[in-house]
Design a protein around this ligand. Structure first.
Ligand code: NAP
Length: 355
């Protein structure tokens, strides 16, 4: 049985609710001021069971009491609320998300499947809130009453948050190397014999995602489509024995040649629509520069600002390109559940949940 929405909040559901990211959604949505989690969907293996029976809870503490006894539903639109977050296995997300959108649901997805579709917003609300205007073309072109909006890959988000404020200096070339946490691989993820005291210099499909998603997110909405950022991005992606937090090192070449003071000022001033509208999950400062010579570090910094800010440090000259720096973000919060919830918040603030 589904739960009734309470306190006038908007009822919401989760597809893929039993998985790693699904659990992050359950945790992130607890006591949300606008959204009330009433519906949980997963595979046929879980459907019909109470959530606590269907889920091997991997986050801290017990399965939260507010969802424990919700009966998991099949991943079908019937009976689901209008607004549904998606954290489904990518092998099934395409068809199921499209079926929900066709049936009039608003899918705010964390899965990779629709991110690069030309008519689907790949949304980072601080950066490209205007890309939501793609939804009109999406509904018209596909004949959907509902819609699909996506958030980026968990390493891409760290890069684009760091780059967004620097776009005005004319980004020409970017070389980025990642040190990605094991939680980014879901559960059970990478075998312990592979990752303990080791580095794995390959994450399937990750480098292509970082290169392509960055160009779309930082691209300009032309009135009918997104024109990709004409910058070259080269990514090297590595898995490292860190639990949470993707660290990236970035070298960058600009068309204009900003000074160190101009770069620091750009990060300091960076704010977006979520901050202007004081959305519930918006970090007050989305990018925080750390002046200590050995920060940011995942173990010490990733949980700060509720995992929703990106931390930058070690800005210095690059002898090959122009400048280089390090950045850190929480892969399952700002890189997954928190990003999608912030997307839904800006959609509510801009009236997209009422259409
Ligand atoms: P996961 O732990 O393997 O969870 C997968 C979820 O999909 C489970 O709820 C599972 O339900 C459900 N599912 C599997 N087959 C299904 C089917 N046939 N019909 C309906 N539901 C089905 O994976 P995850 O790590 O949470 O990742 C979920 C998605 O988020 C993936 O697309 C991933 O690429 C993306 N993502 C993950 C991260 C991260 O940090 N982990 C970050 C960004 C994006 P059952 O329990 O019933 O099998």
């Amino acid at each position: 049985m589904n739960k009734e929405a309470s306190n006038g909040r908007i009822p919401v559901g989760i597809l893929g609710a039993t998985g790693m990211v699904g659990q992050e959604f359950v945790s992130f949505l607890q006591d949300h001021p606008w959204f009330d989690l009433t519906w949980l969907g997963a595979s046929d293996r879980s459907a019909g069971k109470h959530y606590h029976e269907a889920t091997a809870w991997r986050l801290g503490g017990e399965t939260p009491a507010y969802v424990r006894d919700i009966v998991v539903s099949e991943s079908k639109p019937e009976g689901a609320p209008k607004l549904v977050f998606s954290a489904m296995d990518a092998s099934v997300a395409t068809e199921i998300e499209q079926a929900f959108a066709a049936a009039g649901h608003i899918i705010v997805s964390n899965s990779r499947n629709h991110r690069m579709d030309a008519d689907v917003p790949l949304l980072v609300p601080e950066i490209n809130a205007d890309h939501l205007k793609l939804i009109a073309a999406q509904q018209k072109g596909r004949g959907w009453k509902g819609q699909i909006v996506t958030n980026p890959n968990c390493s891409t988000i760290v890069l684009v948050m760091a780059l967004a404020a620097l776009k005005k200096f004319g980004i020409k070339r970017v070389v980025v190397t990642t040190m990605q946490a094991i939680s980014g691989a879901g559960y059970p993820g990478v075998p312990s014999m592979d990752i303990n005291a080791n580095v794995i210099p390959f994450i399937g499909g990750e480098e292509e995602k970082m290169q392509q998603e960055t160009q779309k997110i930082l691209g300009d909405f032309s009135g009918s489509a997104v024109e990709l950022l004409p910058a070259k991005v080269s990514a090297h992606c590595n898995r490292v024995p860190v639990v949470d937090g993707h660290t990236i090192t970035v070298s960058i070449e600009f068309g204009k040649k900003p000074s160190e003071a101009e770069l620091l000022a750009a990060w300091r001033a960076f704010r977006g629509v979520p901050q202007e509208k004081a959305l519930p999950s918006a970090p007050p400062c989305p990018v925080i520069y750390m002046h200590e010579k050995d920060r940011p570090q995942p173990r010490r910094d990733v949980e700060r600002e509720n995992g929703m800010a990106v931390f930058v440090g070690r800005l210095r000259h690059c002898p090959v390109l122009d400048w280089k720096f390090v950045a850190l973000g929480h892969n399952t919060v700002r890189g997954a559940a928190g990003a999608a919830v912030l997307n839904a918040e800006i959609m509510k603030a801009k009236g997209y949940l009422d259409r």
